[in-house]
Design a protein around this ligand. Structure first.
Ligand SMILES: NC(=O)c1ccc[n+]([C@@H]2O[C@H](COP(=O)([O-])OP(=O)(O)OC[C@H]3O[C@@H](n4cnc5c(N)ncnc54)[C@H](O)[C@@H]3O)[C@@H](O)[C@H]2O)c1
Length: 261
């Protein structure tokens, strides 16, 4: 357990987007925050500290096992334990399946599926010792249904949901809950980069979502915070929580969905 009463949350990919908002929200709820990202997450750390929170950042690749082990040691040396792990870091790849190279496919699987496994092992061990912990994996609607031109991404997110259920089954009896959130389209730098490639527009997304808008990073962060917190979701284990405005539930055709807008 941690060296003080303040709980510890690890957030991957916390330099921007959903990860940044999640780190800030959890800090506001009293967690000390450790962030790992490819780039130094200085802005997130400063934002948390300026509101009286406690955070530290680490620059590293979550797909590199030695880096993950080093990061975990730093967190344990500093704070003695961990209560929450949010596996949020991820990358997108929009490309027809037949044009996706094996190396691009492997790169997406490494970051989106292998890395959460490495992080879960590194931090899960400490959670077993405390017989308490919560892991939240950030999957996607693309982990529940297929979206064309995203073979690697869809496969990685479907796999992440499979990993979530497996770890929930193996670790629930040792006090560690493992759940996933499945966001729909979220307004982040990832969406800006994907749209810059020309494959979809805002109207494509808002027309497809029953609630008629994108998710905000805050919508997703609040769902993550719910699953992270034992007091809020203490008997929820192995669940995938869609945060998609109804995207996955809606089998309507477009004219039906749009006629009452
Ligand atoms: N934006 C969306 O529409 C959307 C929808 C569903 C799911 N998601 C998922 O939510 C998560 C966060 O997405 P976002 O929109 O905030 O993305 P983003 O691109 O805005 O931010 C991702 C962060 O992860 C970091 N990162 C990427 N690869 C890394 C690596 N190998 N090691 C360490 N850090 C790494 C990036 O530097 C960045 O700071 C991802 O897993 C993504 O797949 C996003």
């Amino acid at each position: 357990m941690t060296s003080s009463n303040q709980r510890v949350a690890v957030v991957t990919g916390g330099a921007q987007g959903i990860g940044r908002r999640t780190a800030e929200l959890l800090a506001g709820r009293g967690f000390r925050i450790a962030i790992i990202d490819l780039r130094e997450p200085d802005e997130t750390v400063h934002a948390i500290e300026s509101r009286g929170g406690v955070a530290f950042g680490f620059a590293g690749n979550v797909a590199d096992e030695a880096v993950v082990e080093r990061f975990a040691r730093l967190v344990f040396d500093r704070w003695g334990g961990v209560n929450v792990l949010v596996n949020n870091a991820g990358i997108s790849l929009i490309c027809p399946a037949e044009e996706t190279t094996a190396s691009d496919y492997r790169r997406v699987i490494e970051v989106n599926l292998v890395a959460p496994f490495l992080l879960a092992k590194a931090f899960g061990r400490r959670m077993f010792e405390a017989r308490s912990g919560s892991i939240v994996n950030v999957a996607s609607v693309a982990g529940l249904i297929a979206v064309a031109d995203r073979a690697a991404y869809n496969a990685s997110k479907h796999g992440l949901i499979g990993l979530t259920r497996t770890l929930a089954a193996e670790w629930g009896g040792r006090g560690v809950r493992v759940n996933a959130v499945c966001p729909g389209w979220v307004k982040t730098e990832m969406d800006a980069a994907d749209q810059a490639g020309g494959s979809y527009s805002d109207a494509d997304i808002t027309g497809r979502v029953p609630m008629g808008r994108f998710a905000s990073p805050d919508d997703v962060a609040r769902a993550i915070a719910f699953l992270a917190d034992d007091e809020e979701s203490g008997f929820v284990n192995g669940h995938t929580l869609s945060v998609d405005g109804g995207w996955v539930s809606d089998g309507s055709w477009e004219s039906v969905r749009l006629r009452k807008r």
